[in-house]
Write a protein that binds this ligand. Structure first.
Ligand code: URA
Length: 440
């Protein structure tokens, strides 16, 4: 078999066999297929697509490119979640402790920030002392003892995805259903949980910009999970606007803790509660209504917040910052951005808001960059809000004053104004299960 012929086959829109897909993934993982040929193949897939069968076969080949984690040493049902990535998306730090406090084990591997989107592992590391790299035995012991551990992806989990993702990031081949579905589901299958809830973000701040594309992605991932004997469901949630008001690592941890204490922004509370209830439902904890009540109870009793603190403490984190978020190291500089006109915020370009936060130091622009945990922004006005000229739209935070200029320019370009109050977009747009698609 020659990689050249397989690239040509996909370029011409033909269907690859299981053996051909395995040849490509195996060869690329071992370094026998060079980046330039893989880049051409990824672009051919981006343009010509894949059948569901091909996507499922590629997912399995990618999952088996490294360790397949066996979670059987952890007692009980294990549940996992995955977001396709967004801005201000801090749901894992809220949902995972809620679900664990209801008796479902969370042995979760999360990612770092990617492009304009943030990552749970970076956010967790903003808690002083918290480490997100644990040897497998300690990881399992912590889950058995505390009910939850969230760590970074282990070195050999789906290495094919790691290499392919790095290429996709720089070859404009990210937003493509077979490539996203295989990337996410290869990691989820390799990570070993019984139940997987997918949060498929849709809108201008997401990798999938349309509801149709997001539903197609969700259906593909749910089918792959079912085929591999996992319980999988997906919620399609809005990413036309950042979730909550905080964007940036310690700023987002602080906002998550407010939600775990029963307060916080309505949009974030609603999305977190729906996701947590759906995870409990998948784990067999009762009807969706019962699961929603369990979520309420976990928050109002303070149990979920306690479990969250136990998780951070077990991973070396200083939990005093979770009790009192003003104890987080504060950014050296802050600057307000003011509205230049009166009216309503018609819409925001969420990707630009994410990039503005990255420019302030909250994300990496190159692989080598270190993160400024206190950097980011707090929104004061979001889409649909009334605004008067001169009112603050946001406060920007950074350790490096020279970063304000570019970040502010990007931020201002994200806002569009209008004179009529715009219609509200639902936060949960659809639910995709093995039974079908419900739209809301
Ligand atoms: N998240 C992933 O893990 N992979 C993708 O391709 C997109 C989002």
């Amino acid at each position: 078999m020659r990689m050249y012929d397989l690239i040509a086959k996909k370029r011409d829109g033909e269907t690859l066999t299981k053996q051909e897909i395995e040849f490509i993934i195996d060869g690329f993982t071992k370094g026998e297929i060079p980046d330039y040929q893989m880049s051409a193949f990824l672009m051919a897939v981006y343009l010509k697509g894949m059948t569901n069968e091909e996507t499922a076969q590629m997912t399995l080949a990618m999952a088996h490119s490294g360790d397949m984690v066996d979670l059987s040493a952890i007692e009980g049902i294990k549940a996992d979640k995955h977001s396709t990535g967004g801005v201000g998306d801090k749901t894992t730090m809220v949902i995972a402790p809620i679900v664990a406090s209801c008796g479902v084990k969370i042995a979760k591997m999360s990612g770092r920030g990617l492009g304009h989107t943030g990552g749970t592992v970076d956010k967790m590391e903003s808690v002083p002392g918290c480490h997100t790299s644990l040897p497998q035995k300690e990881f399992f012991d912590q889950v058995n003892r505390v009910g939850i551990s969230v760590i970074g992806q282990s070195g050999n989990l789906a290495p094919a995805d790691k290499k392919m993702y790095a290429l996709r990031d720089v070859t404009a081949t990210v937003g493509c259903v077979p490539l996203i579905a295989s990337s996410i589901m290869s990691k989820k299958l390799a990570a070993g949980s019984d139940c997987i809830l997918l949060d498929v973000k849709t809108g201008n701040g997401a990798f999938m910009k349309t509801i149709e594309g997001s539903i197609q992605l969700a259906k593909t991932m749910v089918a792959i999970g079912e085929h591999n004997n996992r319980k999988v469901a997906a919620l399609i949630t809005d990413m036309d606007t950042p979730l909550g008001y905080a964007v940036g690592n310690s700023l987002e941890v602080a906002e998550s803790m407010v939600v775990l204490k029963g307060r916080g922004p309505e949009d974030l509370k609603l999305v977190c509660r729906e996701l947590a209830a759906n995870m409990l439902y998948l784990a067999g904890k009762g009807s969706l209504e019962t699961c929603k009540e369990m979520v309420e109870q976990a928050i109002t009793s303070g149990k979920a917040f306690e479990v969250c603190k136990q998780m951070f403490a077990a991973q070396g984190g200083d939990t005093s910052v979770l009790d009192d978020c003003t104890k987080f190291k504060q950014a050296a500089y802050q600057k307000q951005v003011f509205a230049q006109e009166s009216g309503y915020v018609a819409s925001t370009d969420t990707e630009k808001i994410g990039i503005s936060s990255v420019l302030l130091g909250a994300g990496r622009q190159t692989k080598e960059d270190t993160i400024d945990f206190a950097a980011g922004l707090i929104l004061h006005k979001k889409a649909g809000d009334r605004v008067k000229k001169g009112e603050p739209l946001a406060t920007l935070y950074t350790e490096d004053e020279t970063k304000f200029e570019a970040a502010e320019k990007m931020f201002v370009a994200a806002y569009q104004f209008c004179q009529e109050q715009p219609k509200k977009i639902p936060l949960i747009l659809a639910r995709v299960t093995t039974e079908g698609v419900e739209t809301f």
